[in-house]
Write a new protein. Structure first.
Length: 117
């Protein structure tokens, strides 16, 4: 979840690009090329920019169907574990491709920032 100083969640740090950024920053810190405080600032900016870009630029639609296995609500965060899931992607003017998987975990957080309340 987001720290007290920023309204952005740290979810995207676990994405492939977030992990690559974290690894690169760790290498730079261990080589003494940057300070840990700078790395934390970079990660905070990453959290903010990824969230903003995804909200503003992504216009695709996705629907999914599956069997709900487990759900939790803790600290204003929903977590869903779903089995036998089929995703359908809606594209403008084209066919609707689908993808299936055995299980998936969905984490859902409040999208409103403190200034938006």
């Amino acid at each position: 979840m987001a720290s007290a100083q920023t309204p952005y969640y740290e979810l995207y740090r676990r994405s492939s690009i977030g992990m690559a950024l974290t690894d690169a920053l760790d290498d730079l810190i261990s080589e003494g090329r940057i300070a840990p405080q700078l790395a934390m600032k970079i990660l905070t900016n990453f959290d903010r920019h990824v969230t903003d870009v995804l909200a503003d630029k992504v216009k695709a639609n996705l629907t999914f169907k599956g069997s709900l296995d487990t759900y939790r609500f803790c600290d204003e965060v929903w977590t869903f574990l779903i089995k036998n899931v089929t995703f359908k992607f809606q594209q403008q003017g084209g066919t609707t491709p689908s993808v299936t998987t055995d299980k998936i975990k969905i984490v859902s957080c409040n999208s409103k920032r403190p200034g938006d309340l």
